[in-house]
Design a protein around this ligand. Structure first.
Ligand code: FPP
Length: 246
């Protein structure tokens, strides 16, 4: 991969980008390959995108690896995906650690295979002091499920109604301590949120590149960041006067 010229960075680099890595299946279909070959190509691409994020100075990258709805896929595909995730931890953990990547998980870990759970917990513990890039892996994750889980735990903790505000809800989400995503990217041209970060993404910018995930390369990421640089985030307010804009 060509290193990035530091004078050639986009004007504003978001702190946190989140990605719905969509289109692995169609990428494979277009090549006459099985869907799992698309997921393997998507996995190789993820490695490249992580490296590019580090080079661009992005601090948080959240990826949608497996949703609470993905259990409805054919069993062979679900098992194949779980095997890919396990292999990635076995093969890539040390290199991710050496690159300064801290792993975090969001979603329901307790519903996954116990051996896999152990591996995930080990990976989180092993990398927890790393600061270069926080890689948040949404695995068995759903935004509505996350909010239900937060409400359940608030009730279990005896939180009273007048204590509930935006900050408290955020603290009960799986993403506690992670800043909200500035930019959410969904590859493959699909224009939906699909239950991803529905609380955290309330004011995120969205970007929908018309390429399948395995083809979303560093140049595509750069285009996304350039587009983001030119967006004006208003958070429900009116546009700032020209001379007040920074
Ligand atoms: C969507 O493609 C992708 C997924 C269901 C997620 C799987 C992602 C990877 C394997 C990338 C690597 C991730 C990790 C954590 C190692 P799709 O199957 O929905 O594509 P389609 O819409 O074209 O069928």
């Amino acid at each position: 991969m060509e290193p990035i010229d530091q004078n050639d960075l986009p004007e504003i680099v978001p702190t946190h980008i989140a990605i719905i890595m969509d289109g692995n299946g169609r990428w494979a279909l277009a090549r006459g390959l099985p869907r799992l070959a698309g997921h393997r190509a998507g996995t190789e691409n993820l490695r490249r995108v992580i490296e590019a994020c580090i080079e661009f100075g992005i601090q948080y990258l959240t990826i949608y690896a497996f949703s609470t709805e993905n259990w409805g896929r054919p069993q062979e595909e679900v098992q194949g995906l779980m095997k890919i995730f396990e292999d990635v931890i076995d093969r890539e953990l040390q290199e991710l650690h050496d690159q300064g990547v801290q792993l975090r998980h969001i979603g329901r870990l307790d519903q996954l295979d116990p051996v896999f759970q152990e591996k995930v917990l080990h990976a989180l513990e092993y990398t927890r002091h790393n600061r270069r890039l926080v890689l948040v892996v949404a695995m068995n994750y759903g935004g509505r499920d996350e909010i239900v889980n937060a409400i359940q735990r608030m009730i279990q903790d005896g939180v009273s109604a007048d204590e509930v505000d935006y900050d408290l809800v955020s603290k009960y989400l799986f993403t506690a301590g992670v800043p909200d995503p500035d930019l959410i990217i969904r590859t493959s041209g699909e224009l939906r949120g699909s239950n991803f970060l529905i609380w955290q993404g309330a004011y995120s910018e969205w970007y929908f590149p018309p390429v399948y995930w395995p083809d979303f390369d560093k140049d595509q990421l750069r285009l996304a960041l350039e587009e983001y640089s030119h967006r004006e985030r208003r958070y429900g307010r009116v546009a700032a006067a020209k001379d007040e804009q920074s």
